[in-house]
Design a protein around this ligand. Structure first.
Ligand SMILES: [Zn+2]
Length: 383
């Protein structure tokens, strides 16, 4: 008790007389999804973000912050209005009144003291609709000739919500790392004129595996990429990237089989589904379907392109595309791969995977692999 009291006395003057945190600018970018709010501060701050409903609002509380700049007029398809309040004498409260429910991602850039808040409409279907609404009229005005068909890439960030996926040695969650890389990849793809990315989840919430397949079909996916991170609890320090395509007759190796069990286990809240692959005649017939065989061949080609590109920026766990019966890869006519972007169980790789620059490099490499695959598959390149 005595030492805690001393510590308090030591910190107290620092806390009470430290210079207040200034909000230097507030910017809204909503021409592309997600809607991004950037709040620039003059120093790091302690903050809290949370949602309220009836009506939908998003609240940002910044400790010890003051706002001397004029309140900007912020409004778009997601945000109705923006206002400030003083939650208590020491807390600046910023409130976004929303037009619709959102999910959000937030992070702080320590170098520039920028607090970034990305807002996503609740479902991937809504994201798709909004994007179409924003982009299509602009393109239609500029280009008179018929617009070439867009190549739709559905990106699936593994796990989410109650299903955290693997947990790293330092506590990183697979669901968060996977979502971050999926978002970088979606942004990169959406920079291409004739490509379009849709996320199966745009925030930290649970989406059943079958719904992810359904979304891919509904969004007319040409390519499906599932992003996961690995973990290994056995002896040795496993590390590196693996790429998987669907196997026609079960896992190509025992390791792949075990991994398939792990990644499939969220289908029915942890019920193991391995036996289903052996016993269900219907699933077996789907697996041996000729159309699916052709799709699997394309998936392996796609996987090889992605693996080659990833090899330029990351160590590989396996130099070949592995094959396993992952549920999310089972669309019979959509080339699909699952990328395990590294081992969170490996402490040094976990640090890398948490780094936004490394995440961007991985996302750009996956994009390069997809691009190469499209280039080889079509006579016209996607741009
Ligand atoms: Zn996973």
């Amino acid at each position: 008790m005595k030492s805690i009291f001393k510590l308090f006395l030591l910190l107290f003057p620092l806390i009470s007389f430290a210079a207040p945190i200034n909000v230097e600018s507030i910017k809204l970018t909503s021409s592309t999804l997600p809607t991004r709010l950037t709040i620039t501060l003059n120093q790091p701050a302690v903050y809290r973000v949370f949602l309220l409903d009836h009506p939908d609002r998003l609240v940002i509380d910044l400790d010890r912050a003051v706002l001397h700049i004029a309140i900007p007029h912020l409004a778009d398809e997601t945000i109705k209005s923006f206002r400030k309040g003083q939650f208590d004498p020491d807390t600046l409260r910023l409130v976004l009144d929303l037009r619709k429910p959102v999910r959000y991602n937030q992070y702080f850039k320590p170098k520039t003291h920028e607090f970034i808040l990305d807002l996503y409409p609740v479902t991937a279907a809504v994201i798709k609709k909004e994007k179409t609404k924003i982009i299509k009229p602009i393109v239609a005005k500029k280009i008179k000739k018929p617009k070439p068909r867009e190549i739709n890439v559905v990106i699936d960030a593994g796990h989410g919500g109650k299903d955290t996926g693997a947990i790293g040695a330092h506590g990183s969650l697979e669901k968060s790392v996977a979502l971050s890389i999926a978002e970088h990849l979606a942004n990169r793809i959406n920079h291409e004129k004739n490509m379009h990315a849709v996320l199966t989840r745009g925030g930290d919430y649970f989406v059943p595996l079958r719904d992810r397949l359904f979304l891919a079909r509904k969004d007319k996916a040409d390519i499906f990429i599932s992003i996961h991170a690995d973990s290994y609890t056995g002896a040795g320090d496993a590390r590196g990237v693996s790429v998987f395509a669907l196997s026609a007759s079960g896992a190509s190796s025992e390791a792949a089989h075990l991994l398939a069990d792990k990644e499939n286990s969220s289908v029915l809240g942890g019920v193991q589904l391995t036996h289903l692959y052996d016993q269900s005649q219907m699933l077996r017939s789907v697996l041996i379907d000729l159309a699916q065989t052709a799709t699997i061949n394309n998936s392996v080609r796609l996987g090889n392109n992605v693996l080659d590109a990833l090899h330029r920026v990351a160590q590989l766990h396996d130099i070949r595309v592995e094959q396993a019966p992952f549920m999310v890869l089972k669309s019979p006519d959509i080339p699909s791969v699952l990328v395990e972007i590294g081992f969170l169980s490996n402490p040094s790789e976990e640090i890398q995977l948490d780094n936004v620059h490394y995440q961007t490099r991985l996302a750009n490499a996956i994009f390069a692999g997809i691009y190469e695959y499209i280039k080889k598959s079509t006579t016209t390149s996607p741009t």
